[in-house]
Design a protein around this ligand. Structure first.
Ligand code: ADP
Ligand code: TRP
Length: 320
């Protein structure tokens, strides 16, 4: 079984990225042949500073490796190291109906936020389809927000098969519907675009500030606090043991403890949850050649897999 997923180097990864995408992907590397990549071509739609993009790629690679991505188990590579993906995206774009892309929420959301409507932003899902189809992927673990992009991928693949015969296998999404959305400090979905993120590898002071800044209601200290919909509790559940969570729920219900105390407990739990990964990250970062070496090896293996598929596609459409 081939598992594939990608993440954009468009900023610093946060708890939403970790629990929604990175952690499930790392768990899945045990269950099949995993291909994970850094979507730098996609990031060009929003990052317009070459130095920032380079730094983001290196930092994201370190983050992912520190969190447990094992290059001995998963092929870990940079999207742009396999230029065949751009060729495939072009071929796919020739059969992709405009209407399919016009319906995509992510494009509409970005327009609504006032981002300039570039062609790259519009055709983003075609490049994503190419990412997935170029590696004959079976399973694609992503957060809920990517569900529509996977449907688009399947539609495009089916269209190619309809026109040219059985070229692609249709990938299955792997979306954890259960509480898959990690809330940000304001209670909305945690996202780089909403400035409500908590970065797991932020320095201690900055991380504490983020956690202490979580918005809460104005229940007085002595009164019981609502458990339902509490961002503090929802985040605590991700990083604390069941008994610690039980104790915090009791604390909420009993009254007599202020939100500040619960936030301190949450900070401690986040800090210690990521402690081993933070240490690992420091070790990996100390070896200047490590990331380049891992990504170069990954690129070699990814190229090999991609060559087979692109060759099949070129023949099917008549380019060879
Ligand atoms: P952002 O919204 O911060 O820009 P991305 O769109 O780059 O994040 O998402 C990268 C991956 O992380 C995707 O698979 C996405 O589904 C997942 N993800 C992002 N935010 C969350 C969240 N708050 N909860 C769960 N998963 C998330
Ligand atoms: N669009 C995805 C995101 O923003 C990243 C991505 C690009 C991806 N290509 C992919 C995810 C292929 C899975 C498979 O999160």
């Amino acid at each position: 079984m081939r598992i594939l997923s990608g993440i954009q180097p468009s900023g610093t990864p946060h708890l939403g990225n970790y629990f929604g995408m990175m952690k499930p992907a790392i768990e899945l590397q045990e269950r099949g042949e995993a291909f994970y990549f850094i979507a730098d071509l996609h990031a060009l739609t929003t990052v317009r500073d070459a130095g920032v993009l380079r730094d983001n790629v290196r930092n994201l690679a370190l983050d992912f490796l520190a969190c447990g991505l094992d290059p001995a188990k998963a092929v870990f590579f940079r999207q742009s190291d396999v230029p065949q993906v751009a060729e495939l995206a072009w071929i796919l774009s020739t059969v992709t109906p405009m209407g399919l892309l016009e319906r995509c929420h992510s494009f509409k959301d970005k327009m609504a936020r006032g981002l300039p409507a570039s062609h790259g932003l519009f055709s983003y899902p075609v490049l994503m389809a190419a990412d997935i189809l170029l590696y004959d992927s079976d399973l694609v673990p992503v957060g809920k927000d990517q569900k529509q992009h996977l449907e688009v991928t399947r539609d495009i693949a089916a269209k190619v098969n309809e026109i040219y015969g059985e070229v692609f296998k249709l990938p299955e999404p792997c979306i954890r519907e259960d509480g898959a959305v990690v809330p940000g400090v304001d209670g909305a979905k945690m996202s780089k675009s909403y400035e409500n993120t908590i970065e797991m590898f932020a320095p201690e002071k900055a991380l504490r500030k983020k956690v202490m800044g979580i918005k809460t209601d104005s229940t007085p200290v002595e009164e019981p606090k609502p458990v339902e919909g509490s961002v503090i509790l929802d985040l605590y559940k991700l990083v604390a043991s069941p008994s610690e969570v039980g104790a915090m729920i009791e604390g909420f219900q009993a009254g007599g403890t202020g939100y500040g105390d619960f936030k301190k407990r949450l900070f401690d739990a986040v800090w210690s949850h990521f402690e081993p990964m933070r240490r690992r990250r420091e070790e990996l970062a100390a070896d200047p050649g490590y990331v380049d070496k891992v990504l170069a090896e990954g690129a070699g293996r990814a190229l090999e897999a991609a060559e087979k598929v692109i060759d099949r596609v070129r023949r099917a459409v008549g380019l060879r």
